[in-house]
Design a protein around this ligand. Structure first.
Ligand code: ZN
Ligand code: ZN
Length: 367
């Protein structure tokens, strides 16, 4: 049995996505079919389109989705038809060493190809040909099949067109502050990159009570957004050396914590250099394949830490509902992250806006 979906399909890198009807196969054992309500437009999808992040084609992209469970396969126990869910682009099985050891964002399920279901086949078909999934989510389709372990049930009163943002950018940005750095009240923090993810790093730093939150970007518009989301200082790296400026604002030789939310060699190195001895730099941004760093090892003899996170580095099954609770309680900005709501037919335009730095987040909404 199959159902239909409208999907955005990438057939060739650097080419526009083709919006077309595709077949969606029934969910297999421990799989679920979700009818998506919304999917945010994220830079990681763009990396595949530009070829910076090589991926088998054709593929249905999208990995920041929220929707309603429409059908469940055999043996599915953790969700039922009608449940509202966020996608989890990193599934967690609850059984592997990583999951049991408290690091479910590193789950062993990541080791199998993320463009197929676990049986090694896709659930999308067009003219008899299979289409690849993206991170086993593929939210740029009105429907897709996911692993049971790749959906996170959420409260029903949360609006799905903003809840979808928590499925990537929000948790990816906020999680490193809460889970990895565990930023304490009064800390000094620098955030390099103030787009849709970095604004969440800033917002989380504010939430946990950081004293100085120094936003660094090269676009004045993004620095304004940063201040709306809680930054106490703004540094325009197109006009001044961000490392010396951050050090001067922080005092004491640099910041306690620097978060890199761009994904370039230069900004990762700047993040490390802007910390004081014993400080921590956290990589959040996704760098193009082949990126390498050049840093003086003496920085690490001074007990600095350079680390990073996957999907917030915590427990995605509880972190996603937690952030949605904070939003519903008025303590976390989600609506303010959405600059544009667009239909799927305008997805190519949405990527243009993202590339031009015009938007915090665009959200594709299915009516
Ligand atoms: Zn993303
Ligand atoms: Zn696992």
């Amino acid at each position: 049995m199959t159902t239909q979906a409208t999907a955005a399909v990438l057939y060739q890198v650097k080419q526009p996505l083709v919006i077309e009807d595709v077949e969606v196969l029934d969910p297999g054992p421990h799989e679920v079919l979700v009818r998506w309500k919304a999917n945010g437009v994220c830079h990681s999808d763009l990396h595949v389109i530009t070829g910076d992040y090589p991926h088998p084609l054709p593929v249905v992209l999208g990995h920041e989705a929220a929707g309603v469970v429409e059908q469940i396969g055999a043996g599915v126990e953790s969700v039922k038809v009608g449940d509202h869910v966020c996608s989890s682009y990193i599934p967690s099985c609850g059984r592997c060493g990583y999951c049991i050891g408290g690091q479910p964002t590193l789950c062993a399920l990541r080791d199998s190809p993320r463009w197929f279901m676990l049986d090694g086949t896709p659930r999308f078909r067009k003219n008899g040909q299979g289409l690849h999934h993206f991170l086993q989510v593929s939210g740029y389709a009105t429907r897709s099949v996911l692993l049971e372990q790749g959906v996170i049930p959420i409260r029903r009163d949360a609006p799905l067109e903003v809840a979808c943002l928590v499925s990537c950018g929000v948790l990816a940005g906020a999680g490193p502050v809460i889970n990895r750095a565990k930023v304490p009240p009064g800390a000094t923090v620098a955030v390099f990159g103030c787009g849709g993810v970095g604004l969440n790093t800033i917002q989380a730093a504010r939430l946990v009570g950081a004293a100085k939150i120094i936003a660094v970007d090269v676009l004045a518009r993004k620095l304004e957004w940063a201040q709306e989301f809680g930054a106490t200082h703004a540094v325009d790296a197109s006009r001044e050396d961000p490392v010396s400026r951050v050090q001067a604002i922080a005092g004491g030789g640099g910041v306690d914590f620097a978060f890199e939310v761009v994904g370039t060699q230069r900004t990762i190195e700047q993040a490390v250099l802007s910390t004081h001895r014993g400080g921590m730099a956290v990589v959040v941004g996704v760098s193009p394949a082949g990126t390498r760093l050049s840093l003086d090892p003496a920085l690490f003899l001074q007990q600095r830490t350079l680390t990073g996170t996957s999907f917030g580095g915590g427990h995605q099954r509880t972190d996603v509902p937690m952030l949605i609770d904070l939003f519903m309680d008025g303590r976390y900005k989600l609506k303010e992250l959405v600059t544009r709501e667009l239909p799927l037919t305008e997805l190519n335009h949405a990527f243009d806006l993202l590339q031009q730095g015009e938007v915090k987040r665009s959200v594709i909404v299915y009516r």
